[in-house]
Ligand binder design. Structure first.
Ligand SMILES: Cc1cc2nc3c(=O)[nH]c(=O)nc-3n(C[C@H](O)[C@H](O)[C@H](O)COP(=O)(O)OP(=O)(O)OC[C@H]3O[C@@H](n4cnc5c(N)ncnc54)[C@H](O)[C@@H]3O)c2cc1C
Length: 383
């Protein structure tokens, strides 16, 4: 494993950084207040080739790998975590269709995602009673002549109201448990697809989170992604990769919080010296920097394993649980270092704190990551 970026990864990182500073930064705080969806910005990201960083070139992606995708996520999240999560989920949807779709599906849907034509992609797995436990899913897909009829509800679907392409999970054989779940590609605006409500969230205000209803939505046989009964396997594979994205998102926000805290601690004076000269503040900064470095290495290792086509599920979970928990602590300490200013909107710290919190919840909570890691440990111990 290399500890430096390749020339290609560095170029992609710089492209994402320049874009984020030039195009996202000026309106990031305003978007947090207004909740405006960054449509123009997402289309510009697609034009730059950053919507499918880890997607094959044949379908409009950059095919630059998981490490390049991770650094793009970090650079976007340093400036606007809402934009970063939308890019992350879209990349995940494009990747799962690229990995499990047939040629027609890849040509039709992955290209729409990477080009920006679809605006973004949605990943519709969770339901009101099925969050950590997807096997409690109630949405069904019933076979019809030439297709499937989907019926049910999905909860907390990131930008499910904006996505031109979504992957929807449904039960196709209740008796078969997790082997009775299948995945379908559904186009935004399809007849029978309704946006029921939009969540009012603590953070990520520039990303919508909606409840979707599927009222006897009809899709053709062509909509089935992978095989009948393969849905759970597809979801778990997609989430392993997605966890590198969320870990990178948390890294980006935490890195921005540390930079802000360091600058502030050097400027702000109390008791006649810059507060960084007070050992309590210096110790906080030392811890924040150490955690960030460790989190960055764990994330890079998971991405590197993925790029090497080696198993990376355990490492992705370790990266996610460690990075997201430390990122929350880093953002909390950055507020502490800013004192009263940290709590007020003139500074971005309170936005970072609100935006980063959900990284411990979505794409598998911290508790679920620990279960995944422990299962790997048990398996390793019995080998
Ligand atoms: C802003 C936002 C965006 C989201 N975007 C998407 C999306 O695009 N697509 C999508 O499908 N979902 C999405 N989600 C849903 C998200 O993935 C779920 O919220 C998450 O998986 C947790 O499920 P839950 O909320 O039902 O919590 P629950 O599963 O009810 O868990 C509640 C608590 O119990 C703990 N718990 C549950 N089971 C166990 C166990 N076995 N052992 C120990 N502790 C346990 C959890 O860790 C948690 O602390 C999003 C959520 C949010 C908040």
């Amino acid at each position: 494993m290399q500890f430096t970026l390749t020339d290609e990864q560095e170029l992609i990182r710089q492209t994402a950084r320049d874009f984020a500073v030039r195009e996202l930064l000026p309106k990031a705080a305003a978007r947090d207040l207004s909740g405006e969806f960054p449509e123009a910005e997402l289309r510009a990201i697609a034009k730059l080739g950053l919507m499918g960083v880890n997607v094959p070139e044949a379908y409009g992606g950059a095919e630059a790998g998981a490490m390049a995708f991770s650094v793009v996520m970090q650079e976007l999240a340093k400036v606007d975590a809402s934009v970063a999560v939308t890019v992350s989920v879209t990349n995940m949807v494009a990747e799962v269709i690229s990995a499990f779709g047939n040629e027609g599906q890849k040509q039709r849907y992955v290209k729409r995602l990477t080009s920006g034509e679809a605006l973004c992609g949605a990943f519709a797995l969770s339901e009101p009673q099925a969050g950590s436990d997807p096997s409690a899913m109630r949405t069904t897909a019933t076979k019809t002549a030439g297709g499937w009829r989907i019926k049910g509800h999905k909860q907390w679907i990131s930008h499910g109201d904006k996505a031109g392409v979504m992957v929807v999970w449904a039960v196709t054989d209740k008796a078969a448990g997790t082997r009775g779940m299948s995945a379908f590609i559904v186009e935004g605006g399809s007849k029978g697809l309704e946006v029921v409500s939009s969540e009012e969230k603590m953070g990520l205000h520039g990303s919508t989170t909606v409840q979707l209803s599927f009222e006897d939505l009809e899709v053709s046989d062509e909509a089935l992604l992978g095989q009948v009964g393969q849905g759970f396997k597809l979801a778990m594979a997609a989430l392993d990769g997605g966890r590198i994205g969320i870990s990178s998102q948390a890294l980006g926000v935490a890195s921005a919080a540390l930079s802000a805290a360091l600058s502030y601690a050097k400027e702000r004076e109390q008791f006649g010296v810059a507060i960084i000269r007070h050992q309590a503040i210096a110790n906080m900064l030392a811890d924040m920097n150490t955690w960030l470095e460790a989190a960055s290495l764990l994330t890079a290792r998971a991405a590197w394993l993925k790029d090497e086509k080696k198993p990376f599920g355990k490492e992705a979970s370790m990266a996610k649980v460690f990075t997201t928990e430390k990122a929350c602590q880093i953002c909390d300490l950055a507020i502490q270092i800013h004192g009263g200013n940290g709590y007020c909107r003139d500074f971005p710290l309170e936005r970072y704190y609100r935006d980063v919190r959900v990284t411990r919840i979505y794409e598998g909570t911290s508790e679920i990551q620990r279960i995944v890691i422990a299962r790997h440990l048990i398996k390793e111990a019995s080998n």
